[in-house]
Design a protein around this ligand. Sequence first.
Ligand SMILES: Cc1cc2nc3c(=O)[nH]c(=O)nc-3n(C[C@H](O)[C@H](O)[C@H](O)COP(=O)(O)OP(=O)(O)OC[C@H]3O[C@@H](n4cnc5c(N)ncnc54)[C@H](O)[C@@H]3O)c2cc1C
Ligand SMILES: *[C@@H]1O[C@H](CO)[C@@H](O)[C@H](O)[C@H]1NC(C)=O
Length: 650
Amino acid sequence: MPLPSNPHLNQQTARSVVAASAAALGALTIALRYWYSKKGPGAHVGDPATAARRVNGVAEDEYDFDEYDVVIIGGGTAGCALAARLTEDSSIRVLLLEAGKSSLDELFATVPISYGQMFHTALDWDLWTTPQEHSGGVAKYWPRAKLLGGCSCLNAMVFHMAAPEDYDEWALAQKGQEGANGWTYREFSKYMLKFEKYLPSARHPKVDASLRGESGPVEVGFFGHQANGTPKFIEACANAGIPAVPDVNTAKGTLGVTKAMTFINSSGRRVTTEFAYLTPDVLRRLNLKVVTRAHVTRVLFDTSGSTPRAVGAEFTQPSGETFRVKARKEVVLSAGAVHTPHILMLSGVGPADHLREHDISVIANLPGVGSHLMDHPVVDLHFRDKSESSIAFVAGKSLAHRLKLISALLQYRLRGSGPLTSNICEAIAFVRSTDRSLFPPEEFPPETDPEDTTSGPGAPDLELFFTPLTYTKHTGGVLPPGHYFGLHAVLLRPSSTGTIRLKSSNPYDAPIIDPQYLSTPHDVSVLVRALRLLSRIARTAPLADMLDPVGADDAALDHALHTRDDAALAERVRRTAETLYHPACTARMAPRSEGGVVDPALRVYGVEGLRVVDASVFPTIVSGHTAGPVIAVAEKGADLIKADLSKLKA
Ligand SMILES: Cc1cc2nc3c(=O)[nH]c(=O)nc-3n(C[C@H](O)[C@H](O)[C@H](O)COP(=O)(O)OP(=O)(O)OC[C@H]3O[C@@H](n4cnc5c(N)ncnc54)[C@H](O)[C@@H]3O)c2cc1C
Ligand SMILES: *[C@@H]1O[C@H](CO)[C@@H](O)[C@H](O)[C@H]1NC(C)=O
């Protein structure tokens, strides 16, 4: 963002002060980096040559390396949790293969506010969708972390478990198949509590700690920064009719507005699943091996029996060397909602016609692989902030900004607090687009109500959130100079679904991602309602006091949104919708006859010895954030695998 420098300084002084502050900033950054590098137990990660067989011209079946029971592909949000839980049983030997490296020494995967700094770097798969016909005609950027811990290293750290009804809907969609009931909220929520360790906060005394997890490995709480605008947003929402609630993560449901609980620990550190689960103690287990920079190119199958059986994996290292490894009992895909279906298709499991187009021999015809892609589109609104309380200085280049940043760095280094612990998405609200108290019938006639796609009468289809700075195109766009806050509308229950397809049979080619954003009138109309509501909240006290009318007529800003008609709002929605980074459902748990890819035990249909444990298995996208639900899926997945392996033993 181009920002003006202080006009009271003459250029000469300005230049030398800038140089000095830049130097100080550099020194502090180095100090921070050094401080963190002291902590990283990254050295426990294994050498691939001791974990797998080098492949140099040997026959297809010569990869026997009898060391592992379970090979997990993808050491991301789910993969790290799964590896740690499985290896609690010392009789289960686990190999975890991750394409990226350890995140522990990565400053930007540690200091909460800095995640955007990893966008488009080597730590990001840097994915793009196809041009979106119904959303501006342009390709949209999809950040995805290439690191141990996966997107838990790159996400906005909002800890949210979605709506209880979401999981009852998941269970119901299994049509009574064995194990379906294990996914109801009543049953599944024990895995939510299992991973969580809630640290109570004096600032949020109304949170009932007895309803929160207290002894899991993942610390959550309210250790993130709270900008001046954040409580004002919460109050403005309450004044506009959205109840302020202390906790949106309980059996009571998720409707209301609140300060976001975050995956940030009491020292102000981002809590990733690598940090939480792959602790030095866990890495010392003799039955766990972690290999990083291992890009898995396919799952290996034994096709000699009547049903193909997954028996191992092939991976390459950046050096170009190829390795194969055998899984005696299971292969688990935890490569995320984009790469899990990609690897399945590269391995011959997917829509048969599509695989043949790319000369891939079909192991199992499963049309559901890569289909039913769901994501949450978001529309970002920008408002000038008269109170100048924005925390945009963290990315600013002016002298004043640099000086503020230095003080913020010091506060962070010394106390683990301050603006650098902002997760940016600081306050969140969950509402229903047909709530009469928010959308009065005089203004929103019931006959214009969007179709109800929520998972139940107590579940939302919209999320609104506040950011004490603003951005366009994931910080890739430009706004006029100044202080801003952002209000954002998220479509939680889209009726549009998309696909992940192969671009080629080359495993290094990213797959074709087509989320089909806003391809139904429903999706646009729900977001138009959200824009109306946000526009009202922006003009409601006390947020209204923050609005700076000066320069607010700029077409890039949204101060005059309430003066526009629905068609203009729909155009705004289509033109500027982006991803909230929640792709899911690309290897969904559903009956096979309904396009499902895995059964309620997360086993892939049509083959043996293969499971999926990550966001791909969501039957339908949850009405909330996805990291927490993914960790809970991994916790349950670990129990399912342990149960099956102990049956084998018996
Ligand atoms: C910018 C951003 C912000 C977000 N904000 C939030 C938030 O605030 N709250 C929230 O709840 N959720 C948020 N999310 C979403 C959430 O983080 C994800 O839904 C969740 O982390 C996905 O977990 P996963 O295990 O399915 O996949 P991932 O965590 O992506 O893990 C997949 C892993 O597989 C590895 N991999 C992929 N292909 C291969 C291969 N061929 N070989 C070996 N390894 C491979 C990847 O490198 C990665 O480590 C955000 C996501 C992003 C990107
Ligand atoms: C939080 O993370 C920091 C930094 O790695 C660590 O030193 C500290 O022990 C963690 N806090 C807790 C309570 O685990």
